[in-house]
Structure formats: structure tokens, C-alpha cells
Ligand binder design. Structure first.
Ligand code: C2O
Ligand code: CU
Length: 476
């Protein structure tokens, strides 16, 4: 018998941050039914004078953390009260094309006051997310995490979902999309992004941020992540920033990365700093070895960077001054990076592929407001046509001075080469940063998704709005 029950947002969907395992009753249901309502929302993080004219799911930014067991069916009744056309994209999911949430490609946008039913079985398991795919709706606050529980995963003593997000000045977003913004970069001193800047360069496409948050709060006003000595702790981290590559450290600890974009690594890696591009996720674990209070921090170069932090504390230490790290990456230790995570090899694995396709990433000149693939902007970039079952080698060459978090809908691909270096253990991902200034990257993709039109685009929201997008199209 098919059982399905309607769940309020207290059961199938838990609040942000502390994640209890899915409760028994919810886990046993064949189908989870949820309503997600979007609406205009004044986002005023505690401790700031900020009042941001945003959009929110269920009256919060980020939206609620959704949690399902792998194999469970999900039915989301989406009620669009945002006042603007809107869709929901399920980032990192392999699902029927009609559920993918791309306006004008997989569905018409849901009009203001309209509804849409998203129904699918969330797969693969892991840390994924959902967000609006129309215009600036994501930038304004329509995003959240969805966790698909993997029954094969070890059970941690404590688990936290952490959504790193930045609140933009919308004026700077408009200026950046025209390529005339005067905002500086936000990545920390010592980062690759900073090193790639040429002296005296005019950027024009940076967004100015007025606050940096974790789960809607900023330091020191956020919640405390409560842990105990001896605990093995799992962090599920999402970088939901529209543009910034985020560097994250936990003072006093190394972090063991087990999943990239929700997909298990063949071999976990231990690092001091996480590097998470826009839209990427990392699962990182650590052990609590002694009593204390430490800051988990997003590092940055702007004066407000310190805000993006949360306290991790053992009992009785919640109000102690937490141990912190410097905002700069100089002497920060080992940084998570695709090459070290995947190991390097001498040559690409010799695998028969049915087709090879190379994409050249370009544009981004000051004042141009154009970011291109093969010299053109969406929807004029020739699509990548595939037949079901084919293996493809997709190669990017980046002629711009910025890295690009390239994302393919509906598929999990393997990164097999970065910057000319073949990887020993291909990295399973759905979004990957193509290095700047002539940098290259290759993906092995199997066309095994449900047939349809799957978007392939840069997840820097400014670049996407400015045209850096194409699609993978199933033919025949
Ligand atoms: Cu995160 Cu086109 O999506
Ligand atoms: Cu880009």
C-alpha cells in the first residue's frame, strides 16, 4: 500500500544548523510531502542595522533544511507568493527533466500567485541544495540545503548543516552585471583569487556585500554548535554565495573531507582550510579532543569578513572567548584543492569516449557585461548534443582572468584533469571551478540522465545573467 502523509515543516524539514537524524515516522514514509512558500522578506540579521529587501522560502533566509532518506519520494508543493516569476532547481539531483526547474527550458516560470508540484525521488544521496533559477531570485534569498541521507554513511555523534551566504548590495549587483561595479574582491589575502589579480586591473564585475552570514546569522549573534569531548562531528557545508569562493577554517582543528558536492571521495583527505566555490558543497569531519570554544570561520579580505563565523563549543564553554584564526591565508597550512584531493597522475585514464567537446570561456571585459562560451552568450551558444549512454570528455579552456564554477544540471560528472594535470582518482562533482588565466579542466560525463535539455552554466550569478550558459541536449 502506498502511504503518503502531509508533513508540516517541523518534521520532514528541520531547522537550519543542528541536524538530528530524520525521525522514525518520517523516515518510514514512502513519500514526504512538503509545501514551500516563497514571499517577499525583509532580512534583518541580528546585531546589524541592515534591512535587506529579499525573498524567502517559509519566511527565512536560507530556506529550511530539507531532509529525506535515500529512496524516499518527495513531493514539494511550491506556492509562489514572491510577486515575481519563479522556479525551483534541485541542484545536484538526477531527476526527470521536467522537474529541473529551469524557466523556458524545462518548464514555464511559475507566475506570481501560481503553484507547481515538484515530484521526484531525490538521488544521488548526499548534501545537495535547492534554489530559484529565475533572474536575481537566488541572489535575493531563495535558496536552501537538502540532505539526502545515505544509509551507507557512518553515523556521527553530531551533525550540522551550514549554509554560508552573503548579503549583496543590489545596486552593486546591477553595476556588476553591466561590468562597471567598483566593488573590490572579497576572497582572503593569500588566496589564489588574489594572486591572479594583475596590478592596476579594473574588475567591474565584483559584487559588494553588506553582510556575510552562516544560516542567516552573523558573528557574534549566531547560535553555538554544541559538541562534547570525544565527539566525531560531521559538517555539511554549502557555499550559497552568488559570486565568492569561500575559504573556511575551524580554529584548532584539521578537517577531514569525505564528500565533494555530496558525493563520496574514494579516499578522504585531511586539510587545514576548505576552499568551496560558489554552489559547491563539502562534507568535513572533525574530532573534539579537549574542552574548548573555537570559531568556524569564512575568511575574507573585506572589513566585514569576521562576521561569517560560528562558535563550536563544549559544555560550559559556550560563552568563553573562542579561539580564532587570522583572516589571511598566509601560513594557513594545507588548503583543500582538487589536485590534492584526487591525487595526480601522469596521463589521463585511457577510456573510450564517444565524443570530445571543448568550450572556451571568455568575456568579462570592463564595461562589457558579457561573459561568453565559445564567444557567444546564452541562448546563442551551440549546445552539446549527446545520445543516451554516450561517454563524453568535456574540456574547458578559460581565457578570462577569473575562475568559473561550471555546473551541469542532472548529472554527476568526474573531474579528470585540472590545469593540465591528470587526476589519479577522478573527483565526483556537479560544479567545479575552472582555473583562471588560460586554465583548463576536463570532465568525464556519461549521458545517463533522463532525456531532455540540461543546462550547463557558470554558477557565478553575475556571469550566468551575462550569458555564460549553454545546454546539454539529448538527441535521437
Ligand atoms: Cu545551482 Cu543552474 O544551478
Ligand atoms: Cu563565471
Amino acid at each position: 500500500m502506498r502511504r503518503s502523509a502531509f508533513l508540516g515543516l517541523g518534521v520532514g524539514a528541520l531547522g537550519a544548523v543542528a541536524l538530528a537524524p530524520l525521525d522514525r515516522a518520517a523516515a518510514e514514509r514512502e513519500t514526504l510531502e512538503i509545501t514551500l512558500r516563497s514571499a517577499p522578506f525583509r532580512f534583518a540579521p541580528r546585531g546589524t542595522g541592515i534591512s535587506f529587501d529579499g525573498l524567502a522560502y517559509e519566511g527565512r533566509i536560507p530556506g529550511p533544511v530539507l531532509r529525506v532518506r535515500h529512496g524516499q519520494r518527495l513531493r514539494v508543493r511550491y506556492v509562489n507568493e514572491s510577486g515575481v516569476p519563479s522556479t525551483i532547481h534541485w541542484h545536484g539531483m538526477i531527476l526527470p527533466n521536467a522537474m529541473d526547474g529551469v524557466p523556458g527550458v524545462t518548464q514555464p516560470a511559475v507566475p506570481p500567485g501560481g503553484e507547481f508540484l515538484y515530484a521526484f525521488t531525490p538521488t544521488p544521496p548526499g548534501t545537495r541544495w535547492y534554489h530559484d533559477h529565475v533572474d536575481m531570485n537566488l541572489i535575493r534569498g531563495l535558496f536552501g540545503m537538502i540532505v539526502v541521507e545515505d544509509p551507507r554513511d557512518p553515523v556521527p555523534d553530531a551533525e550540522f548543516a551550514l549554509v554560508f551566504h552573503d548579503v549583496p548590495s543590489m545596486r552593486s549587483v546591477v553595476a556588476a552585471s553591466r561590468g562597471i561595479s567598483d566593488a573590490p574582491m572579497d576572497e582572503p589575502e593569500g588566496s589564489r583569487e588574489m594572486a591572479e589579480m594583475r596590478p592596476g586591473e579594473r574588475m567591474g564585475d565584483e559584487v559588494r556585500y553588506i553582510a556575510h552570514c552562516i544560516d542567516g546569522d552573523l558573528y557574534p549573534y549566531g547560535r553555538v554548535l554544541r559538541v562534547k569531548v570525544g565527539n566525531l562531528v560531521r559538517l555539511r557545508i554549502l557555499n550559497a554565495s552568488p559570486t565568492v569562493t569561500r575559504y573556511i577554517r575551524l580554529a584548532g582543528h584539521r578537517l577531514r573531507v569525505t564528500h565533494t558536492d555530496g558525493n563520496p571521495l574514494e579516499r578522504p583527505v585531511e586539510v587545514d582550510v576548505l576552499r568551496v566555490g560558489t554552489a559547491e558543497r563539502l562534507d568535513a569531519w572533525f574530532e573534539v579532543r579537549r574542552p574548548g570554544a573555537w570559531l568556524l570561520q569564512g575568511l575574507g579580505s573585506d572589513a566585514l569578513a569576521y562576521q561569517q563565523a560560528v562558535v563550536v563549543a563544549t559544555p560550559g564553554m559556550e560563552n568563553a572567548a573562542p579561539v580564532a584564526v587570522a583572516e589571511s591565508l598566509d601560513d594557513a597550512g594545507e588548503i583543500f584543492d582538487y589536485r590534492s584531493a584526487a591525487g595526480t597522475a601522469h596521463a589521463l585514464p585511457v577510456e573510450p569516449v564517444a565524443a570530445r567537446r571543448r568550450f572556451t570561456l571568455g568575456g568579462g571585459r570592463y564595461g562589457s557585461g558579457r561573459w561568453t562560451i565559445d564567444g557567444r552568450v546564452w541562448p546563442h551558444v551551440p549546445p552539446l548534443d549527446v545520445r543516451r549512454g554516450e561517454r563524453l570528455l568535456v574540456r574547458f579552456e578559460n581565457r578570462t582572468d577569473m575562475e568559473h564554477p561550471m555546473h551541469l544540471h542532472g548529472h554527476l560528472f568526474h573531474v579528470v584533469e585540472v590545469g593540465g594535470t591528470p587526476l589519479a582518482r577522478p573527483l565526483p562533482k556537479d560544479t567545479a571551478l575552472v582555473p583562471a588565466n588560460g586554465g583548463t579542466m576536463s570532465w568525464l560525463v556519461t549521458a545517463d540522465a533522463p532525456p531532455g535539455r540540461w543546462l550547463l552554466h557558470c554558477h557565478n550569478e553575475i556571469h550566468m545573467m551575462d550569458g555564460m550558459a549553454t545546454e546539454m541536449r539529448y538527441i535521437g
